[in-house]
Design a protein around this ligand. Structure first.
Ligand SMILES: *Cc1c(COP(=O)(O)O)cnc(C)c1O
Length: 357
């Protein structure tokens, strides 16, 4: 007799990581996971190497030094910051802290693939609210979806995979209309690439509201996707509960040291982010000139809403040596990366346009 697995897990979609190029194909670019094209800065590599000699020891479970540094940067008390193994773990902690069987979690769709997985994993029920026709969060519809069972609303801004952002005023008005006993999680994985890179929009709101949680990651702008580190800024009572459900020792000392070193390398990292933003604008302008009507992206990727032509689009990108993220029947998300990769995006999109895509 086989072990009985929770029956509700059968409804969980499997997370599809961005595909990697076939080995040895040197001219391929992986534009399917919104990673940074830059290897770690020398100062960050050094910090990682230093920690490598001590991996026979458990990491600092309380993430003390980095939490203090982060709290100082955000000007919030340390006990409101909770680190996790990537902000995916932070999001998971938040969901498991506020929602369980019979509870509803509202989020836009299409949005980040991890939301349905983590929501169902917690035993809660996802309530997916379709994006507007221009690929943005439909905030009025999300408000209308609130029921007595609602425990959490997730707002992903800029949104993965469409790149569209909720502007600060819209967000403030939205938060003001959500009943205060319902938690709002603002997932700002890409805020450094947005029009408000210095003051993450959610932060200002998160500091002031007892029901707002903000998730940030070191995977995208900081280029530490492989080390798995992110954090949430949460109200004190939520933060305390998040620590209870957190994976013990989930954040390695390598990740903690690399994040700390990244703070010290702010200027260089900001320069990298600015370059990616400039490249995004270059590619978006070229595609617009070519007749493409894309939603305006405030992230490190572009969304091509190809609908039925998505498969053809993915093949065309592949013929140009680009691995992109295709959502069949919906569209393609392509990460802005090295100059040559970006040039090829323009070429592939132009070819596709010529094919009537
Ligand atoms: C990439 C991403 C994250 C963060 O992922 P981690 O690597 O786990 O930190 C969170 N939210 C969204 C929307 C993302 O695209």
């Amino acid at each position: 007799m086989a072990v009985r697995v929770r029956a509700d897990l059968a409804t969980i979609p499997t997370y599809k990581p961005g595909r990697s190029p076939a080995q040895g194909a040197a001219t391929w670019f992986k534009l399917s996971s919104n990673e940074s094209p830059y290897p770690p800065l020398p100062s960050v590599s050094e910090a990682i190497t230093l920690q490598a000699s001590m991996v026979h020891r458990y990491p600092d479970a309380a993430v003390e030094e980095l939490t203090r540094a982060t709290a100082a940067r955000l000007q919030v008390p340390s006990d409101r910051i909770v680190f996790g193994a990537g902000s995916v773990e932070s999001i998971s902690q938040v969901i498991r802290t506020v929602a369980g069987a019979g509870d509803e979690v509202i989020y836009a769709w299409r949005s980040f693939e991890a939301y349905p997985i983590l929501t169902r994993g917690a035993g809660a029920t996802p309530v997916e609210v379709p994006l507007t026709a221009d690929h943005r969060h439909d905030l009025p519809a999300m408000l209308a979806a609130i029921t007595p069972a609602t425990r959490l609303i997730i707002v992903c801004t800029p949104n993965n995979p469409t790149g569209t952002a909720v502007n600060p005023q819209e967000l403030a008005e939205f938060v003001a209309q959500v009943p205060p006993e319902i938690a709002i999680l603002i997932d700002e994985a890409y805020y450094q690439f947005s029009d408000h890179p210095d003051a993450a929009v959610g932060l200002a709101i998160g500091r002031e509201h007892e029901n707002v949680i903000v998730a940030h990651t070191f995977s995208k702008a900081y280029g530490l996707a492989g080390l798995r580190i992110g954090y949430a800024l949460a109200p004190q009572n939520v933060a305390e509960a998040m620590r209870k459900v957190a994976l013990p020792f989930g954040v390695t000392n390598l990740a903690q040291a690399a994040a700390r070193a990244s703070y010290d390398a702010d200027a260089e990292l900001t320069q990298r982010v600015r370059y990616i933003v400039a490249e995004r604008e270059r590619v978006a302008s070229a595609l617009a000139a070519d007749g493409w009507r894309l939603p305006r992206s405030e992230a490190n990727f572009l969304w091509l809403p190809l609908g039925e032509a998505t498969d053809l689009g993915a093949r065309t990108f592949e013929e140009h040596g680009l691995i992109v993220r295709a959502f069949p029947g919906e569209g393609i998300r392509v990460t802005i990366a090295e100059d040559e990769a970006n040039d090829r995006i323009i070429e592939a999109a132009s070819r596709l346009k010529g094919q009537g895509g």
